[in-house]
Write a protein that binds this ligand. Sequence first.
Ligand SMILES: [Zn+2]
Length: 93
Amino acid sequence: MRESMRSVYRWSAWFCLSLMLWTAAVESVHHHPSQTDAASCSICVAAHSTTPTVSSTHVRPVFTTVGVLPEEAVLAKARLDVFELGSRGPPSA
Ligand SMILES: [Zn+2]
């Protein structure tokens, strides 16, 4: 049962892949008997259309100094009281 399902999936995948390749090949080599038919064909219109031009103009970035941050020394205020850490009361009871 499982092997037959795998076979069905495999053959359907190959069928879809071959159908896709066949369609791509046919679309690339098809031709029309008259120019009016080619004008109405969406594949031919897309294939022979010109590349779109960029309509927007890119603005060049301007790099200027907005301001200067003043440097200030940062000193951590650490204090260690040796007396408080060294003295410990006797254990009660
Ligand atoms: Zn066409």
